[in-house]
Ligand binder design. Structure first.
Ligand code: AMP
Ligand code: MG
Length: 427
């Protein structure tokens, strides 16, 4: 459509304009969810030495290799006891064994561990009833991590697995990307903030809080600039202040109404604008450009539109700025459960409820899709991506779905008779 930028193109423009921030050093306990800013190279092997995978006896395979062990068990002399945390002092010679616990280093001379369950033993001797392959029950040095290998690459988001690995590699501090600071400004004479006394003719500023949460969820740090009145001077002052942050996100005032001054103020501040309108619904009025080198987004004021456009454009920019290497939500194909029709013009994002039934993803809408109906976002766990050219969807059609949250299986209602069942609920 004329003057409307397709979403894929807009996203490309935004990502091209976005560069990752610098690095900071943080302790491992603060690292969850952060993005690594350095390659983590192993400075030692893990495990650091061959060690026992079982509680048992370290032996020479030559001594226990005979086939009829059950009928003719081998008896070995136990010469030492090595719990985990102790290093063996003796060498296992012919006819000898060392008692060993899981994780303890394999003594010199031994090449195999026999599980304690396959033996009968006293303090000084052990009878072995089961032959084992040479090397059985030994975890070799470096089987997990080899010294010199790159174990976690720059750009990796730190999950519990990475946190554990950092500890294995003795990295108590790591370099991570700085978190983007995102200034959030709501505009509109009709708005009142939560900490104000407001009369019935006011609308509560909900966008600032919804967007702040979305910024946090993307790993950014929200900075609330409050509400600007629909006056160019007020807008200019707040926007100028917001330019101290890495990204400015403004909501409302980007349409063509008499009180929509965003465009004029952006221009006044020397903005290089890339686009003003997006070919999607909800969210057609959408401004993006750079003001004094900072990314500036003017999102539509309607609460759903601001959230959906944030998802599609601002979130990828925050992720890229924060050092991530992929910027999208997980996407799955699902079977649509309803009828839906639209004009074959703009790409639509319907708020959806995705379920998994008998291993198949199924999706239905949350109901009314008006751009002021924020309950549609509250109910949704996904966005249904309906391409621009599509005119109608029927039950059974396959649709592409962007996941907003992962809680769609093993829910409370899927697990009957839990202690939490019967909890009172208003919905
Ligand atoms: P606008 O884009 O300024 O024309 O606003 C469109 C609609 O969104 C209007 O109904 C506004 O009242 C509403 N709106 C704008 N900003 C906010 C906000 N921060 N919180 C809640 N609703 C808003
Ligand atoms: Mg307005």
């Amino acid at each position: 459509m004329q003057g409307l930028t397709p979403l894929d193109e807009a996203r490309k423009v935004v990502l091209e304009a976005t560069t990752p921030l610098g690095l900071e050093k943080i302790p491992i306990l603060d690292a969850l969810g952060r993005v690594l800013g350095e390659d983590i190279v192993a400075e030692r092997d893990n495990p650091p030495w061959d060690n026992s995978a079982m509680d048992g006896f370290a032996v020479r395979w030559e001594d226990i290799k005979q086939e009829h062990a059950i009928a003719k068990p081998v008896t070995l002399k136990v010469i030492e006891d090595v719990p985990a945390g102790k290093t063996p002092t003796q060498t296992v010679g012919p006819g000898q064994a060392i008692r060993i616990m899981t994780g303890a280093p394999i003594p010199k001379g031994a090449d195999t561990v026999i599980k304690v369950e396959d033996t009968e033993h006293t303090r000084d001797s052990v009878k072995i009833f089961k032959p084992e392959a040479r090397g059985a029950n030994i975890r070799p040095q470096g089987e997990d991590v080899k010294k010199g290998d790159c174990i976690i690459a720059t750009g990796t988001r730190i999950r519990p697995a990475e946190a554990g690995m950092l500890a294995i590699l003795a990295k108590s501090f790591v370099f991570v990307y700085q978190r983007p600071r995102v200034a959030i400004l709501s505009t509109g004479d009709e708005l009142a903030d939560l900490d104000e006394r407001f009369s019935e003719d006011k609308i509560i500023n909900s966008n600032s809080y919804g967007l702040a949460a979305a910024v946090q969820e993307a790993g950014g740090v929200p900075i609330l600039l409050g509400i600007a009145k629909d006056q160019p001077a007020a807008l200019k002052e707040k926007i100028s202040h917001g330019l101290n942050a890495d990204i400015l996100v403004l909501s409302g005032g980007v349409s063509m109404g008499d009180y929509d001054f965003t465009k004029a103020v952006f221009k006044d501040l020397g903005a290089e604008m890339n686009f003003w309108k997006l070919a999607i619904r909800p969210g057609q009025p959408l401004a993006f450009g750079k003001i004094q080198g900072k990314l500036a987004f003017g999102l539509p004021g309607n609460p759903v539109s601001s959230m959906v456009t944030f998802e599609q454009l601002v979130r990828p920019a925050i992720l890229k700025m924060g050092g991530h290497r992929s910027y999208g939500r997980p996407i799955v194909q699902a079977i649509f459960q309803e009828k839906f029709s639209k004009k074959p013009d703009r790409r639509h994002f319907l708020r959806g409820i995705l379920t998994r039934e008998d291993g198949v993803f199924k999706v239905r809408t949350t109901g009314d899709q008006g751009s002021g109906i924020l309950t549609s976002m509250v109910k949704a766990n996904c966005l249904i991506d309906v391409p621009a050219e599509v005119e109608r969807l029927n039950p059974g059609d396959t649709v592409s779905v962007q996941l907003l949250s992962g809680e769609m299986w093993l829910r409370e209602e899927d697990v009957p008779q839990t202690t939490t069942s019967g909890r009172p609920s208003c919905c």
